[in-house]
Write a protein that binds this ligand. Sequence first.
Ligand SMILES: [Zn+2]
Length: 139
Amino acid sequence: MNRIQHLEAQIADLHREEGILQDCDTRRKTEVDKELYYLNIELEKERSKVLTCVYCGKEYPMGVPSFELQEHIKSCSKHPLSKALADNRYLKGLLEAMIRAFTNIRDGDPVTEEAIKLQFVTRRQTETLLEAYKAAYDC
Ligand SMILES: [Zn+2]
């Protein structure tokens, strides 16, 4: 439960209590009103806090799960991580094309460690292809 959810739960509890208080219980009603007042201020403060993508400025309120910002970063056109991920995909594609060029793995067949091991290439070529493949896919 994040801070906003915690505050919302506290406020909901107080509203429930407020609903069952007797008219004569003015002292507790005053306390509940006061607590609600301060909790609502605290809640508004928390809601006004935002997480921001430092590269494009897109804002996410504090209550939003952090994975939404992480997903944004992966596709943000201004964030260096999205460029690194695109470079990674491009280089993996090139590596696969090179492995296909040096082996008999056909287009459409998956390039896997096992498929590389089955190729009729020299032991040195197999080791090099496997090393490149593992470096690209095992990290
Ligand atoms: Zn961004």
